[in-house]
Design a binder for this molecule. Structure first.
Ligand SMILES: [Fe+2]
Length: 326
């Protein structure tokens, strides 16, 4: 009978908040409650969660329910589908929502970057990333989200976590300009996909310690153009494509691939290139030690200053100090 606890004795479980089980939705995982140190099946896989179940858990003071470790993947998929609702739910603690954003975004981007792409980014992968960016853009602008996210930021450089982090910082900088949601989502898409072209560059070049040969440098510096080519079949706006193509341009014209400079570089690109540089400098790489946030910002205001939009850089500093990163 639905809702009746059934005893289960084997398996490994992980705890989740009952607030994550949305009424009238279903997931392909069982939900367990712990009674007298025993896990008991509370809701069957594929059984829709009811308002009644949620109320009963609440009335009994249950703050954690459990999912089997081997159904983690199914639980992730469920969260991904309902991410907008989760992140908008102000009853859920910010720390919990940040963890969910972090885990869902990292897993989507890890898959996008580490499983072989077809010739171009396919519609299905694009759609998952678009849903992620749309569902999380509003969350990233909520007071306190960046502060709890900052604790989860990875300083161990991986292209996919770097892309998520560049999305987070770009979004925070651009939000301070009071731009509309559509623009923020498209700039966010550009930021999260900015290095997609690196999936086509050999790992030996990406991780090579020391200097690159001319040929290797050319291959590396082709990643923005190759990134745009990978996105040829999916509906990205010009703002998003600009971020992918121009994120290595510099205000003083010393960047690549076109040597564009100053105001000719669109605002979304200037924000993303700052976010990109900040995240790179504060990450540990095979060939370079991570700088602290303070050291990174000092370098960006000092010897690297010519590369960046100083007004946007001030906004990044404000965002980071608001999040108590510096
Ligand atoms: Fe890049």
């Amino acid at each position: 009978m639905p809702g009746e606890p059934r005893e289960v004795t084997d398996g490994y479980y992980f705890p989740v908040s009952p607030l994550l089980l949305f009424p009238r939705t279903r997931g392909k995982f069982g939900v367990y409650v712990k009674l007298n140190e025993q896990y008991r099946l509370y809701a069957h896989p594929d059984e829709p969660f009811s308002d009644d179940q949620r109320r009963k858990l609440y009335e009994n003071g249950v703050t954690e329910v459990y999912v089997l470790g081997r159904q983690r993947r199914q639980f992730q998929n469920y969260l991904e589908t309902h991410l907008g609702g989760v992140l908008d739910n102000d009853n859920l603690p910010m720390s919990e929502r940040s963890e969910i954003f972090h885990s869902v975004s990292t897993s989507i981007m890890r898959e996008a970057f580490e499983t072989k792409l077809p010739v171009t980014l396919d519609k299905e992968r694009f759609e998952r990333i678009f849903q992620l960016v749309t569902a999380s853009t509003r969350f990233l602008h909520k007071g306190g989200s960046l502060k709890s996210l900052a604790k989860l930021i990875s300083h161990d450089y991986k292209t996919y976590s770097h892309c998520v982090q560049v999305f987070v910082f770009t979004s925070a900088i651009l939000y301070s300009y009071g731009r509309e949601d559509d623009f923020l989502v498209q700039a966010g898409m550009g930021a999260i996909l900015h290095d997609i072209g690196k999936t086509l560059i050999p790992k030996e070049i990406l991780n090579k310690p020391g200097s690159l040969s001319i040929r290797e440098r050319e291959m590396l510096e082709a990643h923005p153009v190759r990134g745009v080519a990978l996105c040829a079949q999916v509906p990205l706006s010009q703002d998003a494509l600009n971020v992918i193509l121009f994120h290595h341009e510099a205000m003083d014209g010393s960047g690549y691939p076109t040597g564009l400079s100053g105001e000719a570089i669109p605002l979304a690109v200037r924000a993303a290139s700052l976010a990109n540089a900040y995240d790179r400098l504060t990450s540990e790489k095979p060939f370079a030690k991570a700088l602290t946030p303070f050291e990174a910002l000092s370098a960006m205001r000092g010897e690297m200053a010519g590369q960046f939009d100083q007004e946007a850089l001030k906004r990044l500093v404000m965002v980071l100090s608001g999040a108590e990163v510096i």
